[in-house]
Ligand binder design. Sequence first.
Ligand SMILES: C[S@@+](CC[C@H](N)C(=O)[O-])C[C@H]1O[C@@H](n2cnc3c(N)ncnc32)[C@H](O)[C@@H]1O
Length: 289
Amino acid sequence: MIKVSAPVNQNLVLEIESFLFESAPSPWSIVLNRKTKVLLLEGIFKSKQDSQEKIQHLNESLSKNLNQIKIEKLDECWKEAYKNHFKTWSYKGINFIPEWERLNNANHLGDSCVYIDPGMAFGTGNHETTRLCIELLTDLYYQQAIPKNSFLDVGCGSGILSIFAQILGFRTITGIDNDECAIANAKSNASINFKSPKINFSKKNISSIDSNLYNCVVANIQSDVLMTYCTKFTRALQKRGNLILSGILDYEVEVVHKTFQKQLRTDHLEAEMYTRKKSDWCALLIKLL
Ligand SMILES: C[S@@+](CC[C@H](N)C(=O)[O-])C[C@H]1O[C@@H](n2cnc3c(N)ncnc32)[C@H](O)[C@@H]1O
């Protein structure tokens, strides 16, 4: 295994974050070196050739090339390295805990907890886009604003949002992703959270979503994908359904908003639309009336 690291210039952070999100699940992550306070881009690769191809792909996607790139051979400890980047976090009494920290979090006994081992899948909740989904879902739950029959998690990654939906009490939960590894990881996470998981995870593309089935649809995927499939998303909802769209950079939110507004008009659907922002990311909540 090969580890690649390079210091990240502050001006490039936003571009790199956007690249990582769009290519999720990605072998790269941005890490803060606590001693030196330097931000590093780190990636783990199968071979030197693989690492060089990925560096080239990244450089072609950025406005400036990375420099001071360090390439080193790793021993087997790399498999555990991602664990340093996922920390326990909570929102309104619900705790999101790395699976390997379960025993150290006994003080959460009795609280609602979601345990996640993301492996190579996206979705610890440490990313703003996932947190926006969790916050919007939690707030809808406390406002008693969602009928809890059917939930669809589009691009489920680690399965974090589907697992959360089971904790909120949805009766039927479907999680889809076009990445087989994400589905395997989501199933494994469901089984470490529940004796009887009610979630149906399957490898599917957005194009296969059926119409008029769901009270709540959540999709944390980049904006161009959300807009390409806007018909699928708005038509997936039942009457008075809620659609949460995340993964939208703040400069993209206007065009995503307009695209969905136009689609709702075409479908003769009336809706209220709200935007929530967290650092450089936004989520849209669409509530059918
Ligand atoms: C940013 S991750 C979100 C993971 C998790 N839902 C979360 O909120 O943390 C986006 C996921 O969408 C999946 N994805 C991307 N395009 C897709 C498509 N066309 N159909 C199904 N899944 C897709 C990716 O494989 C990835 O797991």
